[in-house]
Design a protein around this ligand. Structure first.
Ligand SMILES: C[S@@+](CC[C@H](N)C(=O)[O-])C[C@H]1O[C@@H](n2cnc3c(N)ncnc32)[C@H](O)[C@@H]1O
Length: 256
């Protein structure tokens, strides 16, 4: 993983949990979702995956664990978090009580078909092992193979190529067609998809909690190079989104 990604997914993840723990329980889930998910996106995925009370869900690349906690609170699912970064694993254990396994999406330390569903939110675009990630999600889910993805997709195939402006470090944004090909090659099929720009806005109380966490992180760690690197990375991604060069796509998949 690149230095910028380690800063964001390891160091800042751990700081985020410390800040959220100090601010109080109402801040835990929004803070834990700073890495990608909004309530509307998570609701769309939970509905698309038809997740019901008591079913098991693998959250692959779970980060600080906010999306898994949101799923458990909204649908009563039983999440298992898999995450390679030690700081993020500690962060998820600090804020939430769900099991966390340190592991890599390309070789999930889980048995075949042992889970009702799996999702990977904002993960596929951060790894060059995209085909193994999709195959592994298919392997660990039982029939019909309910899999959710949130992926930053390039509208412009040149995003990430040299000579096209400063790019966020370590990201691998698939194109729309490239992502469809990856899904197909993994033996999966698209049941439904959605551009997150078409979903409801983030509720005010959620975004004010995220803003409070971000302000406190900046107050505590603003001078630290890891914070500055992570913020720069997030600014570059924000700029690519506002320029319309990448967008966040949600996919609800099934095994073919
Ligand atoms: C943008 S963050 C999203 C975190 C979380 N899924 C969320 O939505 O809040 C990307 C996460 O993917 C994880 N990640 C990166 N490469 C991975 C891999 N090969 N296997 C599993 N997770 C990975 C990172 O450590 C990080 O926690």
């Amino acid at each position: 993983m690149s230095d910028a990604m380690t800063a964001e997914f390891d160091t800042v993840a751990q700081w985020t949990a410390e800040v959220a723990a100090d601010l109080g329980a109402d801040y835990h889930v929004p803070a834990g979702c700073r890495g990608s998910g909004s309530p509307a996106a998570l609701d769309w995925l939970l509905d698309g995956l038809e997740l019901t009370h008591g079913e098991s869900l693998v959250d692959c690349g779970a980060g600080v664990g906010g999306p898994a906690a949101y799923a458990a609170q909204r649908s009563g699912v039983r999440p298992l978090l898999v995450e390679p970064e030690a700081g993020a694993c500690r962060a998820a254990r600090t804020l939430f009580s769900y099991p966390v396994v340190r592991g890599d999406a390309a070789a999930l330390p889980l048995r075949d078909g042992a889970f009702d569903a799996a999702w990977a939110l904002g993960v596929l675009c951060t790894t060059d092992e995209q085909a193994p990630l999709l195959r592994e999600l298919g392997r660990v889910t039982s029939a019909p193979g309910r899999i959710g993805l949130l992926v930053l997709v390039a509208r412009d195939p040149e995003v990430g190529s040299p000579g096209h402006g400063e790019q966020p470090d370590g990201n691998h944004f698939p194109t729309v067609d490239g992502l469809r090909e990856l899904v197909d090659a993994a033996g999966l099929t698209v049941e439904a998809l959605c551009d997150t720009a078409d979903l409801d806005d983030v509720p005010g109380d959620w975004s004010s909690r995220v803003d409070a966490v971000t302000a406190e992180l900046a107050a505590r760690h603003g001078d630290d190079p890891a914070w500055q690197q992570a913020e720069h990375q997030s600014d570059l991604i924000g700029q690519l989104i506002s320029d319309g060069r990448i967008f966040a796509e949600l996919l609800s998949l099934r095994r073919r």
